[in-house]
Design a protein around this ligand. Structure first.
Ligand SMILES: C[S@@+](CC[C@H](N)C(=O)[O-])C[C@H]1O[C@@H](n2cnc3c(N)ncnc32)[C@H](O)[C@@H]1O
Length: 274
């Protein structure tokens, strides 16, 4: 019979060990979801106790990479939450149209689908040439997939439907080439995207952005870590900059809420006012 108190100690030691050994800091992630992910990774690696898992993770880099891939939930989709992209078209496009050049940060971009969706939207609005998109994630494996821009063909029907719901009126198939069971995003969509590894917990601000999108990432963080990330975003945005969060995310309980006015409550768009 496992002793929950001992398990908790093992869990904390595991996170501390990972931080010390690899620099990835999961200590302020929401524990319930993280614990489930650890268990999944343990099951896959065939280990019974967290201490045994820790031993494996600390001594075998490939086990750590396995853990990282299990822990970084990379569920995403092109034009995910079409209302959000519709709000980008209706409310953000008119603002950025007035700017001479535009920098956008997709923080926690996973396999990149939302980044290509943004590139498509900007191209249709004739804005893509003056935009540079920085797309970052802590996980190098998902970033590689994002850079390749190759996605399963079976998802494309849903993406196409969402694209149209988000205000897209072109033939969606013009944005990719179908090959076997995949689609390959058109190279011109990639030309203004910079892909980079960046960890929201341990890395600093690296630019100033007119628009920061961090959707469905902070739901996995405890409150103090969410506040840390909000500070990072404030350090990375001028007055007038815009922050977009995920559907289930909110700023209401954040100490940074007074820094923003709500642009669109449904799409979770906030504009920095101070
Ligand atoms: C659920 S996906 C969200 C993808 C996309 N933004 C969307 O909404 O469809 C969450 C992503 O956040 C990344 N992530 C988690 N913690 C992170 C951190 N500390 N720094 C950067 N990225 C992180 C994960 O690797 C994963 O790819």
């Amino acid at each position: 019979m496992l002793n929950p108190k001992i398990e908790q100690i093992e869990f904390e030691l595991l996170l501390e060990g990972i931080y010390q050994a690899y620099g990835y800091d999961f200590r302020d992630y929401a524990p319930a979801s993280l614990r489930r992910r650890v268990q999944k990774s343990m099951d896959n690696l065939g280990v019974k106790t967290i201490s045994e898992f820790q031993d494996k993770i600390l001594h075998e880099k490939e086990s750590f990479v396995h853990f990282l891939n299990t822990v970084s939930i990379d569920v995403t989709a092109m034009f995910r939450d079409p209302d959000f992209f519709l709000a980008v078209r209706q409310k953000i496009v008119p603002i950025i149209r007035e700017l001479p050049s535009v920098r956008i940060w997709h923080a926690g971009c996973a396999t990149g689908e939302e980044v290509y969706a943004m590139a498509i939207l900007l191209q249709e609005e004739n804005l893509y040439n003056k935009v540079r998109i920085y797309a970052t994630d802590m996980n190098a494996v998902v970033l590689d997939k994002a850079k390749n821009g190759i996605y399963p063909l079976k998802n494309i029907q849903d993406c196409t439907a969402n694209y149209h719901k988000s205000g897209g009126s072109h033939e969606f198939s013009t944005y990719y080439t179908a090959k076997y069971n995949n689609v390959i995003m058109k190279p011109e969509l990639k030309k203004n995207i910079v892909w980079a590894q960046h960890n929201l917990v341990t890395d600093r601000s690296f630019h100033e952005f007119d628009l920061i999108l961090c959707r469905n990432v902070m739901i996995y963080f405890e409150r103090p870590l969410q506040e840390h990330v909000h500070q990072l975003f404030l350090d990375s945005m001028p007055i007038g900059g815009i922050l977009g969060l995920g559907k289930k995310e909110t700023m209401y309980s954040s100490a940074f809420r007074p820094n923003y006015m709500e642009m669109d409550g449904n799409a979770k768009l906030f504009r920095r006012v101070k």
